[in-house]
Each structure stands twice: as C-alpha cells, then as structure tokens.
Design a protein around this ligand. Structure first.
Ligand SMILES: [Zn+2]
Length: 67
C-alpha cells in the first residue's frame, strides 16, 4: 500500500463514530491516523493497517515537485 501524509484512507471496519475515513498524519513503521468523523487520533502498525484499507484518496495538498 502506498500512501502519504494528508491522504485519506477508507478502512473496512467503521470507527465507533460511524466514519470509515481516516487522514494520514504520520508515516513510518507505525502510522498515525486521524478519524475524519470524530477527530480521534490513533497509532497503528503499517502491516496491520495495510490489510484494512479498501480505498486511498490522494490528497490535493500533495506537494508539487520543485522545478
Ligand atoms: Zn471516529
């Protein structure tokens, strides 16, 4: 799975607030996610997260390459 900071991940299981979408706050071996429904932040191991992703929405904030 290839995603980066600011991307929105849609997961298989919904959060307690009813949202399926999470924003990526930090990447690495552990990924930091923020629920787009309630704003709760969690840490999850990348290998566990990858199995739960059903969709990746690339951020429009994606940095442009330096010209
Ligand atoms: Zn939530």
């Amino acid at each position: 799975m290839n995603y980066q900071i600011h991307d929105i991940l849609t997961l298989k299981k919904k959060h307690v607030c009813g949202s399926f979408d999470w924003a990526v706050l930090r990447t690495g071996a552990e990924i930091k996610l923020k629920c787009s429904g309630c704003g709760r932040e969690i840490m999850i191991l990348k290998k566990d997260l990858d199995r739960r992703i059903v969709n990746i929405t690339k951020s429009e904030k994606e940095e442009k390459p330096i010209e």
